[in-house]
Design a protein around this ligand. Structure first.
Ligand code: NAD
Ligand code: ZN
Length: 233
């Protein structure tokens, strides 16, 4: 632990599960009762914009009913107290990391509280419902969509993520199934560059075998424990 300066953390839906936000569940990977293909692809948005916009309106509204849990709080503490480099890369579209106080973080799959103009590409903070046809303040087009990276679209900030992974001494993956690329490949990139790797998840994930160490349990217990270890080493 003493040789560790630079830490990269990847979080997934599992870190928000104890706050009451559902992960992908069920055999077909249902998300809040919907097939992922029906709400999380460019084709779905083109085919049934009303359904897709309403789905994310409900997810956005649900943010008001949840609060960060002990795992988000522990990562925010690490962010405040860790003297070396740190980057928290979240696949989550909720805002619980920042509400817990984390700042050295980015959303690689977009954010519920943001709208993206499909015409000019501008991203703008958005609260409340976002019906199809909402007007972009930057260009005037009626092409605002939820700022969510759909399957088949390029995740955000890949350059910053790759740079951080190439410098990481420790890579920690928390609450992610290891099924969605490119995030699922970060552990191999980090290892290639010499990082130690640790997985914290409720159950073994698709990528568990790639980690030097895997601890199984609830994020609300495992993450505060691990942060305590790192900060006292
Ligand atoms: P996933 O739903 O595919 O996998 C979640 C993982 O978390 C599973 O391996 C599960 O075992 C684990 N888990 C569940 N409860 C846990 C707990 N209490 N503690 C620790 N681990 C727990 O999620 P993913 O890998 O993040 O991929 C899903 C994609 O769906 C992401 O890209 C994300 O954008 C999107 N998504 C986001 C949210 C959110 O923003 N909160 C919620 C659902 C889906
Ligand atoms: Zn625009």
């Amino acid at each position: 632990m003493r040789d560790i300066q630079n830490i990269v953390i990847l979080t997934g839906a599992g870190i928000s599960a104890e706050s009451g936000i559902a992960t992908f569940r069920g055999p077909g990977g249902l998300w809040e009762g919907h097939r992922v293909e029906d709400v999380c692809t460019p084709q779905a948005l083109a085919h049934d914009p009303a359904l897709v916009h309403r789905f994310y309106d409900l997810r956005r509204a649900a943010l008001d009913t949840v609060i960060p849990n002990a795992a988000h709080d522990a990562l925010a503490r690490l962010d405040r107290e860790w003297p070396g480099e740190l980057l928290i890369v979240t696949q989550n579209v909720d805002d619980l990391h920042e509400r817990a106080g984390a700042t050295r973080m980015l959303h690689m799959h977009g954010e519920l509280n943001s709208a993206l103009c499909a015409d000019c590409g501008v991203q703008a903070e958005w609260r409340g419902s976002l019906p199809p046809g909402s007007v972009c303040a930057a260009c005037g087009a009626t092409t605002l969509r939820p700022d969510i990276v759909f399957f088949g679209e390029m995740p955000y900030r890949m350059d910053a993520i790759e740079r951080a992974l190439s410098r990481a001494d420790l890579f920690v993956s928390i609450g992610t199934s290891g099924a969605v690329y490119p995030a699922a490949g970060f552990v191999q990139t980090a290892r290639y560059h010499g990082a130690q790797t640790l997985e914290l998840n409720l159950e073994p994930s698709a990528g568990s075998v790639y980690f030097h160490e895997a601890r199984m349990g609830a994020a609300g217990v495992l993450v505060p424990e691990w942060v305590g270890e790192v900060l006292s080493a």
